[in-house]
Design a protein around this ligand. Sequence first.
Ligand SMILES: Cc1cc2nc3c(=O)[nH]c(=O)nc-3n(C[C@H](O)[C@H](O)[C@H](O)COP(=O)(O)O)c2cc1C
Length: 214
Amino acid sequence: MSKLQVIVGSTRPTRAADRVVPWVEARARAHQAFEEVEVLDLRDWPLPMFGEHAGSIGDFQDPTYSDPVVKAWNQKVKEGDAYLVVTPEYNHSVPGVLKNAIDNVFVSFALRHKPMAAVGYSGGLVAAARAIEHLAHIAIEAEMAPLRASVLVPFVESAFGPDGNPKDPTTEAALQITLDDLAWWSAALGRARAEGQLPPAIVRMRAAREAAGD
Ligand SMILES: Cc1cc2nc3c(=O)[nH]c(=O)nc-3n(C[C@H](O)[C@H](O)[C@H](O)COP(=O)(O)O)c2cc1C
């Protein structure tokens, strides 16, 4: 059993995210595999534009950061075992606010060795296919495990009926498959983390460079 965090990647007034998130949250809560589901709405996390450095980190084992909200964000994200990111597409990528939230997960390795999938939507036909591809690349650098399964919601303004459910039944199927895969990977990686983890690659590389006299 694991904890799923649903991250809401758009913060602007009038956002279409509010059509998508209630449906995603309801299906996630109904999924038997997750003992806890928590929505992390970036509107509730007024993170500064990323600007951490050695001086703002302080103790790397218990970082201070430049702002208490950055520390709280790192601690909150660390509680998650799996992540479902709800994102629109902005200029063929994720919104800057979402990229900034991931950048702010810094030196805590809070996302490391945990699965991540996405629900993407947009006002157009492509939904957020390009944003989700980009997000997968970002997730790799955060040492997450981005999943193949994802949900694409095109023409988001008319994609949901008055009951709040998607009009296209395959959208519903895509979310169930994505949640199933997230649950499987969450359990698998949870077991693997419990068995022991290598130090982060960046730490091992630093040691290798020091050994080489760099
Ligand atoms: C800055 C910006 C860039 C956008 N770029 C794209 C895009 O590249 N592809 C696309 O399909 N839609 C694009 N759109 C349309 C959005 O996907 C659409 O407005 C959607 O509702 C945004 O989600 P939100 O309302 O939850 O913020 C863009 C919208 C904005 C505001």
